[in-house]
Design a protein around this ligand. Structure first.
Ligand code: SAM
Length: 214
């Protein structure tokens, strides 16, 4: 039996620099959801699982941040991301950190944090809880593909489409909400993509606008 978390590490570390390239309607839908809801003061931002940086780069067109922390398990993707963001906001200090979020190291305190399409790669709910507990920010946008089935769905299988072993955990919307709410107040949440651009797997992308508790 494969260890799903190891499958995830191997899969993402081995991807080329175009692995997460996000464009067209998907990029637009994310930005359209996030930008009107961003609060004041975004001097310091962090993107956890930044991939090749399209979303952070698009945000940089709207937000004039001074510092940007980019985190990802894949160093090639991070380098791409850093270059893109420097191109849009050359005055910002950019910190690229190749980390595995399941190692649960400390994060910098930031104003705005993005965590988009990443928590499905934390298979264990308790590790997800420990990860969320470490995020210290004034606002968090978290996006996750959720299953519409009655229970969470964990996959660990060879994908013909990706030509690699792949693993992920698709939590139900209710379970995702209840885990997030242990650490953040969810101001609003909802679907990000129209059906036409959703995954063929049947999951739906939900975005959560989260604020610190209290
Ligand atoms: C689906 S992509 C999302 C990229 C981008 N945030 C977006 O929304 O387009 C998932 C990203 O999470 C990263 N990732 C997966 N598992 C990770 C882990 N354990 N630690 C850190 N990054 C991880 C991958 O390398 C990849 O860049």
């Amino acid at each position: 039996m494969d260890n799903g978390q190891e499958v995830i590490q191997k899969f993402w570390r081995s991807r080329g620099s175009d692995a997460t390239w996000l464009s067209g309607q998907r990029l637009f839908a994310n930005i359209n959801w996030i930008i009107p809801k961003v609060q004041q003061n975004t001097d310091v931002i962090m993107d956890i699982g930044a991939g090749s940086g399209e979303l952070t780069m698009a945000l940089a067109l709207f937000l004039d941040f001074k510092k940007c922390h980019l985190l990802d398990i894949n160093e090639n993707l991070l380098n791409e991301a850093g270059k893109k963001i420097h191109f849009i906001n050359p005055k910002a200090q950019i910190y690229c950190n190749a980390i595995d979020i399941s190692d649960l190291k400390e994060f910098s305190t930031v104003d705005l944090c993005l965590c988009l399409g990443v928590i499905i790669y934390l298979l264990d709910d308790d590790i997800l809880r420990k990860f969320l507990a470490k995020i210290n920010c004034k606002q968090l946008f978290l996006r996750a593909p959720c299953t519409l089935k009655d229970e969470d769905e964990e996959i660990c299988t060879y994908s013909e489409a990706l030509q690699a072993k792949y693993a992920a955990k698709y939590r139900t919307v209710n379970n995702t909400v209840s885990i997030i709410e242990e650490f953040f107040a969810i101001k609003e949440y909802g679907r990000v993509f129209p059906d036409s651009i959703e995954s063929k797997f049947g999951t739906k992308q939900y975005m959560f606008n989260c604020l610190p508790r209290g």
